[in-house]
Design a protein around this ligand. Structure first.
Ligand SMILES: *Cc1c(COP(=O)(O)O)cnc(C)c1O
Length: 386
């Protein structure tokens, strides 16, 4: 062959004695076929197979299989973000005239999607109490999906997931869980009877605040086909580079999650013992209203919890946050750095509670030394209460 051809075609090298512990990052748009017959029948290939890079490469398939194993499901799909995980589930199963039930504490962009995207297209939503109370009263023949988020971001309410899965089965309604807080290491929604388990892999799977991905896991191949059809028609895929980062993050996820879970509970106990700290929202505290429900369904807690400030403490909030030495000010969670996010629930909820009027500090525990974190939080509350 001549030079231009030798530029365009890479040499084939022997890989037979090469064995690595890492998953290769296969980037591809075009996928080529060994025979004309294979090309002609490419669209008949199984969804686990390959026909265009947008629909996955072996790197993506590896992450899909690993998520399915961890969630104890049959198949998973990888999507560009946690938000896309929720929206692709909704778009896969809801048609005009249908209704989805969402909890009052749902991740706010999901509510935005219900109100400003689904509603104008004839798909309704109803909001149920954050603890799931009274949800059966909202069920009618239009309801095709019940979405849960346990615990809810910031306000930390737990839904009775077993009861909701049973309600779905009784009425033939699909059920989906946002499993981002617990990760499948602490909760396996499919084992409880859920049809979909979604995670924002951007959080604990990624683990380093540097990637955006989501996953949806199912036990039913027909639901997997609907998810993949929706992604294909919308033109949604993920970058194998992001996927490779998630695969690396997952290697250390169990160790990270166990560590931040212990440290977070220790810090929550310390804060709860301070006379100037009001409500600490951590399910591992025996006084937490849904402590028993959490214990029944979850095998642990991750590193995110909340503290409700008093009106007096709110006056010093900016000054106190600006003095943080180790913890950073920011939302999101699941990375190596501890974060504090002041959250204002305000009028964002239908079922209002007194603590929604106050600033809630959402704390994400990272991998710094616990003594440094304890000092930072004690200093924070000393300034808040001075
Ligand atoms: C972060 C988060 C999401 C969205 O994930 P992105 O990857 O940021 O889109 C959804 N649900 C919960 C509970 C989250 O914490």
């Amino acid at each position: 062959m001549r030079d231009a051809t030798n530029c365009a075609i890479h040499p084939t090298v022997d890989q037979s004695e090469f064995s690595s512990l890492t998953v290769p990052t296969y980037r591809a748009s075009t996928i080529v076929f060994d025979t004309a017959q294979a090309y002609a029948t490419r669209l008949e290939r199984d969804l686990d197979s390959y026909f265009y890079g947008l629909h996955g490469t072996p790197t993506t398939r590896t992450l899909e299989a690993q998520i399915a194993k961890l969630e104890n499901g049959l198949r998973s799909v990888i999507v560009p973000s946690g938000q896309a995980g929720a929206t692709i589930v909704f778009l896969s199963v809801l048609l005009p005239g249908d209704t989805v039930l969402v909890p009052d504490n749902v991740y706010p962009p999901v509510l935005d999607f219900c109100v400003n995207f689904l509603e104008p297209r004839g798909i309704g939503h109803r909001i149920y109490r954050p603890d799931g109370e009274g949800i059966e009263d909202l069920v009618d023949p239009a309801v095709k999906l019940i979405w849960t988020e346990t615990p809810g971001s910031t306000t930390m309410e737990f839904q009775d997931l077993r009861a909701i899965a049973a309600l779905g089965r009784k009425h033939g309604i699909l059920t989906g869980a946002d499993n981002t807080w617990a990760t499948p290491l602490h909760l396996k929604p499919l084992d409880l009877g859920f049809d979909f388990s979604m995670q924002a892999l951007s959080k604990y799977a990624g683990g380093h605040s540097d990637l955006l991905l989501g996953s949806v896991c199912v036990n039913d191949l027909e639901l997997r086909r609907k998810l993949r059809d929706t992604m294909r028609m919308l033109g949604i895929g993920v970058s194998p580079d992001e996927v490779a980062l998630a695969l690396r993050g997952i290697e250390t996820m169990a160790v990270r999650l166990a560590h931040v879970g212990n440290v977070a509970l220790g810090l929550a106990e310390d804060l709860a013992a301070r006379p100037d700290v009001g409500l600490v929202l951590h399910p591992g505290l025996p006084g937490f209203p849904q402590h028993q429900l959490w214990k029944r369904d979850f095998s642990g807690a991750s590193g995110v919890f909340s503290v409700v400030l008093s009106e007096a403490q709110e006056t010093n909030l900016d000054e106190a946050l600006d003095q943080l030495k180790v913890m950073a000010i920011g939302a999101s969670w699941g990375g190596t750095r501890s974060l504090v996010a002041p959250m204002l629930i305000g009028n964002g909820r239908k079922f209002k509670r007194p603590e929604h009027e106050r600033t809630i500090l959402r704390i994400n525990v990272g991998l710094e030394d616990i003594e440094d974190l304890r000092a930072d939080l004690n200093n924070l509350f000393d300034i808040l209460s001075k």
